[in-house]
Design a protein around this ligand. Structure first.
Ligand code: ZN
Ligand code: ZN
Length: 437
């Protein structure tokens, strides 16, 4: 990881709007951050101690709505199950921006030992489990509640309008339910308020607390699942010629599928991954089974590469199976996956000085491509977007080995709340104050 490359800085310098960007942290941002510091910690700990899974964020949503009401806003609730939005109109004309936080927790049993650790339990896909804010969405909610309070306090001087988006089910809705960013959009949040841009942030263990990470263009991967069923004909293990062996066909298929990324995808431009996660077939040593089921994931950073890999995997599956005399049902992908999260390059370059102003230029890094997926991608397909990362690993701990997001030991350094708030506020105010170039 290195400091933001000159390419991004040059793109930035080419934009005339850069000269309007604030080089230093705005005094109103510093004042608001100081005033809100302990509230942010309290909110985050409260939400952390009461985590809720996707589409079940009723307590969190009520807390958010109550806070927004207390600020004099008129929140809309129950969007995409438990989502909350509110619009703040500034005292001066200006652009429209949306700011998004995700609210859901994960089926993870917390092992942080924190005094406010979650003790919530539930049943998930038939298994008993704890529930934990193991991805840091508790911090995202607290930060956006703070941003709302700060911006309401600046209402008269504020240019333009701000839509606050508190979104459920970023990690995916429960089976057989719809949810998340795509559902918020389907329910019309951008029909009622079409923003000129949207910002979002995510806390990550892979960055040190005090650091921000961003990059223009593709940032987080498209994530798609596939399901391939290879069907042969069951026979005795001693008489393979009496049937069609789907295990050998599946093994061949898995081997051949490795060539899709290694031989057919231009990985000099952007990486891609095809991984098999589970193989299910057979029950006994001397029975060749009738069928084998394979499931896995595809990660890509470009929509064309994404659709090419879908076609290639289907093609390999069908033809390799056919070569063995087996048949195949290939669902590639088997459900709607998240698209690539793409940061608008011009917007990201334009707001880079805002991030540098609050964190210090040396603490803003060009983050590597992240193979994880984010449903923020759906908003970024609708309007220019900037999604950035906030370091979560405390000083003295190594981000390379610190328990990562989704780990039961994921431990957020709470200074990330303050930096996240200041970054979001500074970027928002800079954006609203500067006419688009
Ligand atoms: Zn997550
Ligand atoms: Zn997350």
């Amino acid at each position: 990881m290195h400091r933001l490359a000159t390419a991004l800085l040059c793109a930035c310098a080419a934009l005339p709007v850069l000269s309007h960007a604030q080089e230093a942290q705005r005094p109103e941002v510093a004042t608001a951050a100081t005033a809100l510091q302990s509230k942010l910690v309290d909110w985050r700990r409260d939400i952390h101690q009461h985590p809720e899974l996707g589409n079940r964020e009723t307590r969190t949503a009520a807390l958010v709505a109550e806070h927004l009401r207390s600020l004099g806003l008129e929140p809309k609730t129950g969007i995409a199950h438990t989502g909350v939005t509110a619009v703040l109109k500034g005292g001066r004309p200006g652009p429209k921006i949306a700011l998004r936080a995700d609210m859901d927790a994960l089926p993870v049993t917390e092992q942080t030992g924190l005094p406010f650790a979650s003790t919530v339990t539930t049943t998930y896909r038939g298994e008993p489990t704890g529930v934990m804010h193991a991805c840091g969405h508790d911090a995202h909610v607290a930060i956006l509640m703070g941003v709302a309070e700060a911006l309401v306090g600046m209402r008269e001087q504020l240019a333009g309008e701000v839509l606050f988006v508190f979104q459920p089910a970023e990690e995916g809705p429960p089976d057989d339910e719809d949810g998340g960013a795509s559902m918020m959009l389907a329910e019309g949040i951008f029909r009622d308020f079409k923003p000129d841009a949207i910002f979002g942030l995510h806390v990550f263990s892979t960055l040190q607390a005090g650091q921000l990470g961003v990059r223009g263009g593709p940032l987080m991967a498209a994530s798609d699942r596939f399901n391939i069923k290879v069907t042969g004909r069951q026979t005795h293990g001693s008489r393979p010629w009496g049937g069609i062996d789907p295990i050998v066909a599946a093994a061949d298929l898995i081997g051949s599928a490795q060539t899709i990324v290694s031989r057919r995808t231009n990985i000099s431009e952007l990486p891609a991954v095809v991984s098999f996660g589970a193989i299910k077939g057979g029950i006994r040593y001397n029975i060749i089974p009738d069928s084998v089921e394979l499931v896995g994931t595809i990660r890509t950073f470009d929509e064309d590469v994404r659709s090419d890999i879908f076609a290639d995997l289907k093609n390999v599956a069908e033809h390799v199976a056919a070569a063995h005399g087996a048949t195949v049902e290939a669902q590639v992908p088997d459900a709607t996956g998240n698209p690539v999260t793409v940061n608008d390059p011009a917007l990201t370059a334009r707001l880079l000085p805002s991030l540098q102003a609050v964190a210090g230029a040396e603490n803003v890094v060009e983050t590597p491509l992240n193979m994880g997926a984010e449903d923020f991608a759906y908003y970024a397909k609708e309007v220019p977007a900037m999604f950035f990362f906030v370091g979560a690993t405390a000083a003295g701990k190594d981000p390379a080995t610190a328990p990562s997001n989704h780990s039961p030991q994921f431990d957020l350094d709470e200074s990330a709340l303050d930096l996240g708030l200041r970054a979001m506020l500074q970027a928002t105010l800079d954006y609203l104050d500067t006419p688009a170039g």
